[in-house]
Design a protein around this ligand. Sequence first.
Ligand SMILES: C[S@@+](CC[C@H](N)C(=O)[O-])C[C@H]1O[C@@H](n2cnc3c(N)ncnc32)[C@H](O)[C@@H]1O
Length: 185
Amino acid sequence: MNDKVCPWWLGYLLASPIRTLAQNPEKILRPYIKVGDTTLDVGSAMGFFTLPMARLVGERGRVVCVDLQEKMINGLRRRASRGGLMDRMDLRVCTPASLNIDDLAGTIDFALAFAVVHEVPDAKRFLSEIYVSLNKGGVLLFSEPTGHVTEETFGETLSIASSIGFRIAEKPGIRRSHSALLVKE
Ligand SMILES: C[S@@+](CC[C@H](N)C(=O)[O-])C[C@H]1O[C@@H](n2cnc3c(N)ncnc32)[C@H](O)[C@@H]1O
């Protein structure tokens, strides 16, 4: 694992309700998710965004969660079980070389990559795998923390996303983040 990857124990802090004061997951996600959607949370950690996603898609929807660290996925499983949301969750541990989502090709309505791309060794490969998983018209909300990523680096990653085929549809204002809504056309 590379040294940019956030340690597993930070998963508890990232999932803290106090974070909601700066980043309210329901408010951030609600414009992009419909009941019944099939969604993907890449770099989910212990589920700060994943559990609200699971509530927004409802009983007929699905949330696939992928993380590099088994301890993050185990923490997410415990929290989803306590919230009675496991019926719509698909939890996966990936490797640095593959997100383990080949079976999802063309099926995802909404994907989230929040505060994760700056930790991955190859942003182009990572974003390409998400691109393949999306259906036509599917969207990726891509967000990076201003504390770790400069405006310039975020712009460079957006250029990579465009080279893959994503269109930048919107730049949502999310506190402490650089954010873009990317569409697969
Ligand atoms: C800073 S945390 C953000 C977690 C979550 N998205 C949030 O905003 O609360 C980054 C997460 O991405 C995961 N991660 C890092 N590299 C990854 C990769 N190559 N593939 C999938 N997940 C990765 C880490 O294990 C960690 O759980």
